[in-house]
Design a protein around this ligand. Structure first.
Ligand code: DOR
Length: 447
């Protein structure tokens, strides 16, 4: 093997192998890992020197909103997927609150065809779940490209909503795939909007009327219904200490938990004072005590995934007076730099980050075509330089919305190569001309 010929060698990186870190080289041919070792005498058409770099299995952003079809002025699949590649992300799960809502396999197929025109990275799509399509979900859910079913219990951007127990029940009893849940209680929020927000235009009230109680109540309701049907539910973007305490008591393999980089990094009231409605998102950014609880839940294993919830809106839309300003921030390109900065600050280990952004998505969503770094597996990698320092800047963002809430923040730890099946898609911040992304494959789908 040592004198073999490969298409590509990743030379002497710190590689995260299934049993831990090793300084090794990786030989790649036809998009697959063919050899792992010193490879001192091996030849290759191309070699990438990885001394001083960490080679990770390809990281996935499991929650993004790319706005196509319907709101292409904010983002397209092309610009969203490009932003992912620039951010060291090798695959994305995209959300169904586009227009029209993604409620049928035909509309999933439409998104797949659109993504296939500019496939900067691999992609999969959530199918929306609500009253209109609930009875069809068992039939629809295994179509190619579907990563799971998405339910909004509280209104956010778009019209997708399953607010009542009856509607949630209808979705959960039909089908077997994982159901990802936006858990904010619509009824509590509607009441709070009258009593707490009233006519105020103060954006710092966003985390008051979209309350802790509304999140906890929605989470408890959906977990109770999921238990009845033994259905797997993935509670998205958890923001409260109270829900983390609940998960510690209740969690089993049927219940998984996501947190967002924004909630781990920004906190109230500071973010509303500094960023105003640029930090407005749903569920909202909350006070430091909640952020501390999210970090504790990352440390003790309660959290299963970290994602961006990339939700671009234009600066013009964001400048509308609150609460007319829409909720959400871009994030797919900054997710990894922000999380690597947290690694450098000692908030979590790089191995734990890989678990949250690669191993757990593979396991929980049953991804078929990805694995740990081992011989025979896909040569899809995120390569990072943990020493590189740079300043996050709105001007560098590929998102059509052209901004980031982290503009001006200096971070340490940056992605330097995004590689998909042996193709270099991004190298030191520059995109290649070739796009090679494909639909992500799942154990449960037909492809
Ligand atoms: O803040 C948010 N924005 N939260 C969501 O759940 C949806 C998202 C969007 O699509 O804008």
């Amino acid at each position: 093997m040592e004198s073999s010929q490969f298409d590509l060698i990743l030379k002497n990186g710190q590689v995260l192998l299934p049993d831990g870190w090793a300084t090794v080289s990786i030989g790649i041919t036809n998009g697959k890992i063919c050899a792992i070792g010193p490879l001192d005498n091996a030849k290759a058409e191309k070699t990438i020197q990885c001394e001083g770099l960490h080679v990770l299995p390809g990281l996935i952003d499991t929650q993004v909103h790319f706005r196509e079809p319907g709101a292409e002025h904010k983002e397209t699949l092309a610009t969203g997927l490009q932003s992912a590649a620039l951010g060291g992300i090798t695959g994305v799960f995209e959300m169904p609150n586009t227009s029209p809502l993604t409620l049928t396999p035909e509309l999933i197929f439409d998104k797949m065809s659109r993504a296939d025109k500019h496939p900067w990275v691999d992609y999969a799509f959530y199918l929306g779940g609500c009253k209109q399509n609930a009875e069809k979900l068992s039939e629809y859910e295994n179509a190619p490209g579907i990563c799971g079913i998405k339910v909004f219990m509280g209104a956010s951007t778009g019209d997708l909503l399953a607010a009542s127990d009856e509607e949630i029940d209808m979705v959960l009893k039909n089908g077997r795939r994982i159901v990802a849940v936006h858990a904010e209680d619509e009824f509590i929020m509607q009441e709070n909007k009258k009593t707490i927000l009233g006519d105020s235009t103060d954006v710092s009230l966003h985390c008051k009327w979209r309350s802790v109680e509304s999140c906890l109540n929605a989470t408890k309701r959906v977990v109770a219904i999921a238990k009845k049907y033994k259905r797997r539910v993935h509670i998205l973007h958890v923001t409260t200490k109270d829900e983390m305490d609940f998960f510690r008591e209740q969690k089993n393999e049927h219940i998984t938990v996501e947190v967002l980089a924004n909630h781990l990094t920004l906190f109230a009231p500071d973010c509303y004072e500094k960023l105003g409605s640029l930090s407005q998102q749903n569920p909202p950014i909350r006070e430091k005590e909640h952020q501390d609880a999210l970090w504790k839940a990352i440390a003790d294993g309660t959290v299963d995934m970290v994602a961006s919830d990339h939700a671009p809106h234009t600066l013009e839309e964001k400048a509308k007076p609150y609460p007319l300003s829409p909720s959400g921030t871009p994030g797919v390109q900054t997710l990894l730099p922000i999380m690597l900065h947290h690694v450098n600050q000692g908030k979590l280990t790089l191995e734990r980050l890989v678990e949250l952004m690669c191993y757990n998505p593979i396991k929980i969503h049953g991804i078929k075509d990805r694995s740990k770094i081992e011989i025979g597996s896909q040569a899809t990698f995120t390569i990072v330089d943990m020493n590189k320092r740079d300043v996050i800047s709105s001007a560098d963002q590929a998102t059509k919305s052209e901004w980031t809430p982290f503009d001006g923040m200096e971070t340490q730890g940056w992605p330097v190569v995004t590689m998909i099946r042996g193709h270099v898609v991004m190298y030191e911040g520059k995109l290649s001309h070739q796009t090679v992304g494909l639909p992500i494959q799942f154990q449960e789908t037909k492809m």
